[in-house]
Design a protein around this ligand. Structure first.
Ligand code: HEC
Ligand code: HEC
Length: 436
């Protein structure tokens, strides 16, 4: 507990220093108009995913037109859903051939049942990723049998491993546009039992300058461009200028070794970087151009459940809403200017975007330091009605079982409060979750 507090204090100090430099410019003299973010009905048959940022464009017919990266919504959506091939540089080890392969349910960019494997070695409570790559992601596919990664081959002795389910990216542009100071202030207002951990992580496209984390199960990123560069490399094996190796990964042949530090030389003949950044820009832009996930029908029971959700303090970690910064605010340490479509919006995401130890920790450390080993980011609950496999590992198949897995100080308080409700009230809470 002592060491945990120390980590929090350290992170907090760093946070305070960097955050002051990134305070948004206040809009002098004008009263700020916050409006609800546009939402999508989460239905592929409905053409309502574009939030108005940039041109919508027309759906790409591959035989007629070439999509232009970073341009229209339809072009970026096409590139996000494109399937890469060995000739494009796929692999040699990878998880799936396209962003849209995993981010698909129920609309483009959403969830799926695709799971990833993270693994490493824990010695005396200290986690280390397999040597060589500084990455705990074990790619579950390879373009050739001899280089299939498995945790029972290779030089490392692996004793820590866990699955991660795919997260939704629809509406993530709004999450990116929340000021880090607002996240930190929300954290500081949480009572001690519920207080989350705020970390700052490198923004690759801003010379790795730190910003308040918000994306990924471990809060490993704060920018969608950084996440996209990471995903293109680690999910698909496509080296690119945003893959966070200061350009060295693509040129020094480190990719010639896999996550288990075995040589894969000769299995990938495509010159690095395999993407000059255009595709990565298109992925990030696509996500920034999406609306927020919209609610399903809200029954009387679901409405009662929403009040109960606050009453039993689920809402302390699953913070109902945040406002985004004003349009024109420069975020991501100078790398992105928030457009009108994303600025001054209220979003109903039901997450504090902070790390918590609710007793489900996977033992894996990414950008948050050793103290975050057993912490997970509170997942936003918007769109959760479309996620049949819950929690980071996807092993909870009902909302009730997900709630019963909440432990830790605040998690236990909320779970016990849930269990103390009448059967009807518990059903109301579940119906509320089913309406999100
Ligand atoms: C093999 C399946 C798979 C592929 C392919 C994939 N992702 Fe993901 N994505 C995931 C999983 C799993 C997570 C959660 C990972 C974690 O936090 O450790 C995730 C998380 C994300 C997040 C964080 C969402 C949030 O709100 O926290 C973003 C953004 C993202 N992916 C973008 C992309 C992009 C862009 C691509 C294509 C370059 C891509 N992903 C390819 C499975 C995939
Ligand atoms: C102390 C903070 C905290 C409190 C309080 C809390 N949660 Fe959570 N919740 C989390 C974290 C962290 C996770 C992710 C855990 C994991 O995946 O291992 C989570 C996960 C979930 C999930 C799974 C979402 C998904 O996409 O897989 C649901 C549903 C959920 N919580 C509902 C609730 C409800 C209902 C309550 C009140 C009874 C509650 N939570 C109270 C932090 C909290």
């Amino acid at each position: 507990m002592k060491s945990l507090k120390l980590v929090i204090a350290l992170l907090f100090t760093v946070g305070a220093l960097v955050c002051l430099a990134t305070l948004p410019n206040s809009v002098a003299g004008s009263s700020v108009q916050i409006t609800a973010a546009l939402t999508t009905d989460l239905d592929k048959r409905t053409d309502d995913l574009h939030n108005g940022f940039g041109a919508k464009g027309t759906p790409v017919d591959e035989c007629v037109a070439d999509p232009v990266p970073g341009q229209s919504f339809e072009d970026n959506k096409f590139i996000f859903n494109e399937i890469e091939t060995v000739e494009d540089g796929l692999g040699p080890t990878y998880n799936a051939p396209g962003c849209g392969d995993c981010h698909d349910n129920p609309d483009f960019g959403g969830f799926s049942q695709m799971r990833e494997l993270r693994a490493g070695t824990t010695t005396n409570g200290v986690f280390t990723a397999p040597p060589g790559q500084n990455s705990s992601l074990i790619q579950l596919r390879a373009i050739s049998a001899p280089i299939q990664e498995r945790i029972d081959v290779g030089p490392a002795t692996i004793n820590t491993a866990d699955f991660r389910t795919t997260l939704n990216t629809i509406g993530d542009g709004f999450i990116e546009a929340i000021d880090s100071n607002v996240l930190l202030a929300n954290r500081n207002a949480q009572s001690a039992a519920f207080q989350g951990t705020f970390i700052q992580v490198p923004v690759v496209e801003a010379n790795r300058a730190a910003r308040g984390a918000r994306f990924g199960w471990k809060n490993q990123h704060s920018s969608l461009l950084s996440f996209s560069g990471d995903a293109y490399l680690n999910e698909m094996g496509i080296t690119n200028i945003f893959d966070d190796t200061a350009g060295t990964l693509a040129t020094n042949g480190r990719r010639e070794n896999d996550s288990l530090n075995r040589s894969v030389a000769g299995f990938d003949g495509v010159a690095d970087p395999e993407d000059d950044g255009d595709d990565v820009e298109a992925f990030a832009q696509f996500m920034r151009q999406t609306r927020a996930p919209g609610r399903g029908p809200i029954s009387a029971s679901a409405a009662r459940g929403e009040a109960l959700f606050t009453q039993i303090q689920c809402s302390v970690c699953h913070t109902p809403s945040f406002n985004t910064v004003a349009p024109g605010t420069v975020i991501n340490n100078g790398a992105f200017t928030v457009p009108a479509a994303l600025g001054n919006k209220n979003i109903r995401l039901f997450s504090d975007l902070l790390l918590h130890d609710v007793g489900t920790g996977d033992g894996i450390v990414q950008n948050g330091g050793a103290g975050t080993r057993n912490m997970m980011r509170t997942p936003p609950l918007w769109g959760v009605r479309t996620r049949p496999e819950l929690m980071h590992d996807g092993l909870s198949l009902t909302f009730n079982s997900a709630i019963q897995r909440h432990a830790g100080t605040g998690g236990t308080i909320a779970r016990n409060a849930f269990n103390a409700l009448s059967a009807t009230s518990r059903t109301d809470v579940i119906n509320f979750l089913l309406s999100l």
